[in-house]
Design a protein around this ligand. Structure first.
Ligand code: PLP
Ligand code: COI
Length: 339
């Protein structure tokens, strides 16, 4: 194998040696199995293929300055996968099974965990799919839980540099009483067209508005939005937003640093008043937003002087990374150390 150029890794698929699988059949989960195959053999009438019975998760493992490998908040991802499972009538993955699978797949692929200081991490992708056959629209009887991993670099090419985002009004990623608040493939399918258009038009990502009134900020592509003003961290509350585990951590870190935290509707006009804005998520980490353009009205919102992230976003980013890389004490017990 050629040596991996850690510094130049994109956020993309990277073949590693092993993945972990587990089958659900006859009302119960089987044993975890280690696989070297990148492929899944499944029935052509599997419900994941036809009716979108599919949920996934995303988390990261980091090599710390002390060479220990830490997985960030894996229990929370396990809980969220089960909320998604419940939403699509799939069986829950027991917390112990989820944890064992995640730790095992990282341990089996240790050579792919980027070293400390390379600006990369090991992305962990759990997947839960209906693999039983159905033609009527109903839940499958059989499921596959799978976890694969791969080294990744920053989601936004810019890394911790301000990106441009585009507000769209002619697409929604999720319906108000739909599946926006769980992590299921259909939401991402709906975001592909506006997302590619935004890229073609020179933006890193789309910002969706609430589907009902088109008044409030919803998701920032594959991440949650936050704005900062008057020493307050403000992030949208909405039934179509995926509750981000990164955002949950940032709210706690902001509070601990003496900031106020508000989770509430954020009207589009309020963008004008923020001192800093950003997107947060596992893949995005914190991506400072330098500019937001409203595609329909043409209005431009500008943040970040001289292309540099604002001081509060920078402080939160450093704190979060510090905890993930063992430079800051993990007072909340967010990390699982695996070696
Ligand atoms: N929103 C969407 C639509 C996402 O896909 C993600 C990524 O998982 C997030 C928000 C951020 O969530 P988290 O911080 O748990 O990764
Ligand atoms: C993540 O941040 O883990 C995500 O799932 C985003 C992904 C859709 C690229």
């Amino acid at each position: 194998m050629n040596p991996i150029n850690w510094k130049c890794l994109p956020f993309g698929y990277f073949k590693t040696d092993f993945n972990i699988r587990c089958l659900y059949k006859d009302g119960k989960w089987g044993q975890l199995e280690v696989s070297e195959s990148e492929y899944i053999h499944m029935h052509m009438a599997a419900t994941c293929l036809h009716y979108g019975q599919e949920a996934f998760e995303g988390m990261k493992a980091f090599t710390g300055a002390d060479d220990k490998i830490r997985i960030f908040r894996l229990e929370e991802n396990g809980k969220r996968m089960n909320r998604s499972a419940d939403g699509l009538m799939m069986p829950e993955v027991p917390a112990d099974l989820f944890r064992e699978a995640v730790i095992k797949v990282v341990n089996l692929n240790l050579k792919y965990v980027p070293p400390y200081g390379e600006g990369a991490s090991l992305y962990i992708r759990p997947l839960l799919i209906g693999t039983g056959a159905q033609v009527g629209v109903k839940p499958a009887q059989e499921y596959t839980f799978l976890v694969f991993v791969g080294p990744v670099g920053p989601y936004f090419r810019e890394g911790f540099k301000p990106v441009k985002m585009q507000i769209v009004r002619d697409y929604d990623r999720a319906a108000p009483l739909g599946t926006g608040n769980i992590k299921v493939g259909g939401n991402y399918a709906a975001s592909l067209r506006p997302g590619s258009r935004a890229h073609e038009e020179g933006f890193a990502s789309v910002i969706f508005l609430d589907a009902k009134e088109k008044k409030y900020i919803d998701e920032a592509g594959p991440a949650n939005f936050f704005g900062i003003k008057n020493n307050t961290y403000i992030t949208p509350e909405s039934i179509t937003i995926l509750p981000s585990i990164t955002n949950m951590a940032l709210r706690e870190l902001a509070k601990e640093s003496g900031m106020k935290v508000e989770q509430r509707h954020v009207p589009v006009e309020e963008l004008e008043t923020f001192e800093e804005a950003g997107a947060c998520g596992t893949a995005a980490v914190i991506s400072p937003i330098g500019q937001i353009v409203d595609r329909e009205t043409g209005k431009v919102y500008q943040y970040c002087k001289d292309g540099v992230a604002g001081p509060i976003s920078t402080r939160l980013y450093n704190k979060l990374k510090g905890i993930q890389e063992g430079l800051e004490p993990d007072t909340h017990g967010w990390n699982t150390i695996i070696n």
